[in-house]
Design a protein around this ligand. Structure first.
Ligand code: XMP
Length: 511
């Protein structure tokens, strides 16, 4: 590993992975590590710079996480963000206390003094704050570089020591020059060369997988989605035909999906890919079940059973590959966040099937980064740009009980929607788009007859990482075509509605 790297020390803030990904976006490799890493371990890691993240504590509280002063004396540039900025100030003899006025959200940042950190930043800009404590006095030798109306020390630092603190959150998009501050830190303060790319990430992962797996055998549950495709491709590059992929056809997939997966990965990429036909099993188990979480659990459990059965047929495997990406990890309540939905691809398998280890090469990445890795690996565009489909697939897009007839209706409606989006050239602009079969029936008129049929809802969103989303402003003409085609071509559908809710408060999927 000969590229430069930055160490992000995690003090428990909400946006820590986002900080890491911003650093990667700026072309510098970085790792997120627990905040109790010793000065010695840090020196051995040899980063070009260290970032202390935000966190929920107050530095003056007993038991609040701290770092020894020796970390700040290593001669390695340091940037503290939010709690991290307060921690540096408190450690070096500055003053931190409860702010007379907390700041949440957008504030105006005024530059007070020039420094490499603030180069190219206009004298006034918008920054995004979220704090109740503040720095009331900077340590000796440090100067205030920027302030807001209610925060006298919004950015401060010591040019010679190359240590800086930023009270606001430069990593969130609402901070207008947040990225510019981070870039200044990396390039002007730490001397970054920007030598890290997705191709570099891929190479490193392939080497790491090869070293870890050795001569072992690997299996992978392939869903056809970009995450498992990229994860499997990395492993395939590393160990070749010692990888076997299993594709479980649960009967809940979109139109033509199973055929496409087989043709792209087995025929196109030459992977050893086995298809398990399990539609009857899944549909029988789902009979009479309408609770969304129950559906997810049934599907998750059956998926494991089927996979286990296939794995036994293949023979002993030492490692399991999973296409887990970072939003899966937090949304499933690993770490401290609440469980919103149980994404079945995170837990389950490892406990059930006995492997020596799990290979999750994409665990720290966001979806758009995974796509970039996929492109760097030379995967076909249609794989890389395939829109995400949840593991439980159409079962959580059919409100209420899942039946074969409803699946047929939804599949056709969804196919039409996808077809029209493609024809309108909107596939890349819209992050995810699909049809939902609601559990409402409404009255309609077709020919001279009264109908009483299902309402199809269309959901289309724009997003960067699926953690937040906005509804896509699809041109009315496109919506009109979709609506006309669905009501004309799809059996048992007589009305189409468009979902105009963002996430939050809604989620992307309806269940
Ligand atoms: P929500 O509905 O939680 O969806 O806003 C966020 C993203 O995750 C996908 N999703 C899933 N993916 N297994 C998955 O692999 C699941 O159980 C699951 N549930 C939702 C969803 O399609 C969206 O892209």
């Amino acid at each position: 590993m000969n590229h430069q790297r930055v160490l992000v020390l995690d003090f428990g803030g909400q946006y820590n992975q986002l900080i890491a990904r911003r650093v990667r976006d700026l072309g510098v490799y970085c790792d997120l590590k627990p905040c109790d890493m010793t000065a010695e371990a840090i020196r051995a890691y040899a980063p070009i710079g260290i970032i202390f993240t935000g966190g929920p504590n107050s530095v003056y509280e007993e038991g609040a996480p701290r770092v020894g002063e020796e970390v700040l004396r290593l001669g390695i540039p340091v940037l503290g963000i939010c709690y991290g900025a307060q921690l540096i100030a408190a450690t070096l003899g500055g003053a931190v206390g409860r702010a007379p006025k907390s700041e949440y959200g957008k504030c105006t940042l005024h530059i007070k003094n020039e420094a490499p950190m603030s180069e190219g930043i206009p004298s006034e800009s918008v920054c995004w704050m979220s704090h109740t404590d503040y720095i009331s006095a900077v340590p000796a030798g440090y100067e205030v570089l920027a302030a807001t109306d209610d925060c006298p020390v919004a950015v401060y630092g010591n040019i010679g020591e190359k240590i800086y603190g930023i009270q606001f959150h430069p990593e969130v998009v609402h901070s207008e020059y947040g990225n510019a501050f981070l870039k200044n830190f990396l390039y002007r303060v730490c001397g970054a060369r920007g030598d890290w790319t997705m191709a570099g990430f891929a190479e490193e992962q392939i080497a790491a997988i090869r070293a870890r797996v050795g001569t072992g055998r690997v299996i992978c549950a392939m869903s056809g989605g970009v995450d498992s495709a990229v994860a499997a491709t990395l492993v395939h590059r590393a160990v070749g035909d010692r990888l076997t992929c299993v594709f479980v056809d649960n009967g809940l997939l979109r139109k033509n999906e199973a055929e496409e997966v087989m043709s792209v990965f087995r025929d196109g990429l030459g992977m050893d890919l086995v298809k398990a036909d399990a539609a009857d099993l899944f549909l029988d188990a789902l009979r009479g079940v309408s609770d969304p979480e129950k559906k997810r659990h049934i599907i998750g459990k059956l998926f494991i059973d089927v996979f286990e059965r296939e794995a036994k047929k293949i023979g002993a495997a030492d490692f399991l590959v999973q296409g887990t990406i970072y939003p899966d990890v937090i949304e499933s309540g690993k770490g401290k966040s609440a469980v919103i939905k149980s994404h079945h691809n995170v837990g389950g398998l490892p406990e059930k099937v006995n492997f020596q280890g799990i290979v999750e090469p994409l665990r720290d990445l966001f979806k758009d980064e995974v796509r970039r890795v996929g492109l760097a690996l030379g995967l076909p565009e249609r794989v890389v740009w395939r829109q995400p489909c949840p593991g439980p697939a159409l079962a959580i897009r059919i409100m209420g009980e899942v039946t074969r007839e409803k699946l047929e209706t939804l599949r056709e409606a969804d196919f039409i929607f996808r077809d029209e989006i493609a024809k309108a050239g909107l596939e890349r602009e819209i992050w995810q788009y699909f049809a939902v079969l609601t559990d409402s029936k409404t009255v309609g008129v077709q020919g001279d007859f009264r109908t009483y049929e299902n309402v199809i809802a269309l959901r289309a969103i724009t997003s960067v990482d699926a953690m937040t989303a906005d509804w896509a402003r699809i041109p009315f003409e496109v919506l009109e075509k979709v609506s006309t085609r669905i009501t004309n071509e799809v059996k048992h559908a007589n009305r189409v509605v468009y979902d105009i809710t963002s996430k939050p408060p809604a989620t992307i999927e309806w269940e």
